[in-house]
Design a protein around this ligand. Structure first.
Ligand SMILES: Nc1ncnc2c1ncn2[C@@H]1O[C@H](COP(=O)(O)OP(=O)(O)O)[C@@H](O)[C@H]1O
Ligand SMILES: [Mg+2]
Length: 480
């Protein structure tokens, strides 16, 4: 039995190549990207809130001092406590043309590294500011400036170290990422379980079954069991089941047919040998000069000859055509003449033989196989022409060549009766396509197989009279 496909042993993919690993990494990656996108605005918001809180404490402190009858009477200890409450180094408050500076006694005003204008904050500047704070060097001093929302025209500036903001923002980021990490794990685990149940497990089952079945398709127990799912996976399951059942059945049939074919070949072989002996005897019988024998002998000889031919053709079909062609450079015109000789058409008393192939056309083909191909076509033509009762025109067989950019097209035509309906319906079907008694219906099948072995095609084409077979060779076979 011939193997259709190459048998390689497939194995299930390893952990890192498997679907589960790919899906879970893809889910995790997406969640992490989403987290980063969510984190930036949240952190910016947190920072803005923090700054606004401290600005407000500054405003309250300034109001407290403003409410005192005389700023000078406020004790320094109160000023210090107010500044500490706001977390500020100094506060400047301006309202109705009066300005007021609250600062620790005797301290120089520190160098301001960054001014934040609370009145003109937007998402973009906030996100940039957040990144700036997170990655800034230690020890910077900030100036938070803005207007007092409750008394229009009043403005406030608060000077404060950046360190506490940086620390709280860092802590916020840590909390945020920890929470989201837990969330990411939980989400991807849940998604994984769902995807696993719905997709991966069934796909693994299907894949495992496919791999197993291909390794041993003659084992009927490996056919996948039925599934009741109604989705695409269920459909795949059912289709696979149907396909495996078909393959299993076909394989059985093929094996039985191959066994039968072998038996037929053996019987046929013996039959041919017996018939050949009978043929020798019948030839001798034909020489006996008894009138009764002389009357019957030709029919006996003819019948036995036909039977030998039949057995021989069947044997050929089983045996020879399985070999790949052995290419040689040959002259096509003279090869065709040889084939016409084999088919008893060249030198035929009644049939005109026209070999119209150009002189010196060299092709690279298997000469034996091509002679057989042409001989089969020419023999059919001869048989058809011989059958015709005297027709007004001379019976003739003609072979011509047309060259196209891609191919050499060879037409084999005759002016006979054309194909009988039975042959036309079963054209190129072994044992079916014969339209004459004693025919095997193998001649055209063999011819086509031999053509295909050379990458050529053989088809029946329309002819105005008679029959025309068109053989198309790939141009590559032509030897320049
Ligand atoms: N040139 C032709 N003219 C008429 N009939 C043909 C021709 N070639 C083939 N046929 C028909 O096709 C049938 C099948 O041919 P083939 O496959 O060679 O089988 P076989 O010659 O054994 O019958 C023939 O029996 C014949 O009826
Ligand atoms: Mg034939």
């Amino acid at each position: 039995m011939t193997q259709i496909t190459e048998k390689t042993t497939a194995s299930m993919p390893g952990l890192l190549n498997g679907l589960s690993f790919r899906i879970i990494t893809a889910i995790l990656a997406v969640i992490l990207v989403v987290e980063l996108l969510v984190f930036m605005p949240s952190a910016a918001n947190f920072r803005l809130g923090w700054l606004a809180d401290h600005q407000r404490v500054g405003i309250v402190a300034a109001r407290v001092l403003d409410a005192a009858p005389d700023a000078m009477t406020v004790p320094q200890s109160l000023t210090d406590r107010l500044l500490n409450a706001a977390g500020a180094l100094a506060i400047a408050y301006r309202s109705e043309g009066q300005s007021q500076l609250i600062a620790h006694a005797g301290a120089d005003l520190p160098h301001v590294a960054l001014t934040i204008d609370m009145d003109h904050a937007n998402t973009f500047t906030e996100i940039a500011g957040t990144l700036d704070t997170l990655f800034a060097p230690e020890g910077r001093v900030l100036r938070i400036m803005g207007t007092d929302a409750e008394s229009p025209g009043a403005s406030i500036e608060v000077l404060m170290p950046e360190a506490p903001l940086k620390a709280e923002l860092g802590a916020f980021a840590l909390r945020f990422f920890f929470l989201l990490f837990v969330l990411a794990i939980a989400t991807s685990a849940t998604l994984y379980v769902i995807v696993s149940r719905l997709l991966i497990a069934p796909i693994r089952r299907l894949t495992g079954n496919l791999v197993g079945f291909r390794a041993a398709p003659e084992n009927g127990t490996l056919i996948i069991s039925a599934s009741r799912r109604r989705d695409e996976i269920g459909l795949m399951h059912r289709e696979l089941r149907a396909m495996e059942t078909d393959i299993y059945t076909l394989l059985r049939q093929r094996r039985h047919l191959a066994d039968l074919g072998l038996a037929v070949a053996k019987i046929n072989h013996d039959l041919r040998n017996t018939l050949t002996s009978a043929q020798l005897l019948s030839d001798q019988v034909a020489n006996i000069e008894d009138p009764a024998v002389q009357r019957l002998a030709p029919r006996l000889v003819q019948s036995i000859g036909r039977a030998v031919g039949f057995a021989q053709q069947v044997l050929d079909y089983g045996r020879q055509n399985t070999l790949p062609p052995t290419l040689e450079t040959v002259d096509l015109k003279s090869l065709l003449d040889d084939a016409a000789g084999d088919a008893a058409i060249a030198g035929h008393p009644r049939i005109e033989w026209r070999n119209r192939l150009p002189q010196g056309l060299k092709v690279s083909i298997d000469p034996g196989q091509f002679t057989r191909l042409f001989a089969n076509l020419l023999k059919n033509a001869r048989e058809a022409l011989e059958q015709m009762a005297d027709s007004p025109t001379t019976p003739r067989v003609e072979v011509t060549l047309r060259e196209t950019p891609a191919s050499l097209v060879i037409d084999v035509l005759d002016n006979g009766p054309g194909l009988p309906p039975r042959a036309r319906e079963h054209l190129f079907e072994p044992f079916e396509g014969s339209g004459r008694s004693g025919g095997t219906g193998l001649g055209l099948v063999i011819a086509r197989e031999l053509a295909e072995a050379h990458g050529a095609t053989l088809v029946l084409t329309d002819a105005s009279e008679g029959t025309c077979f068109e053989l198309t060779l790939p141009r590559a076979l032509k030897v320049a």
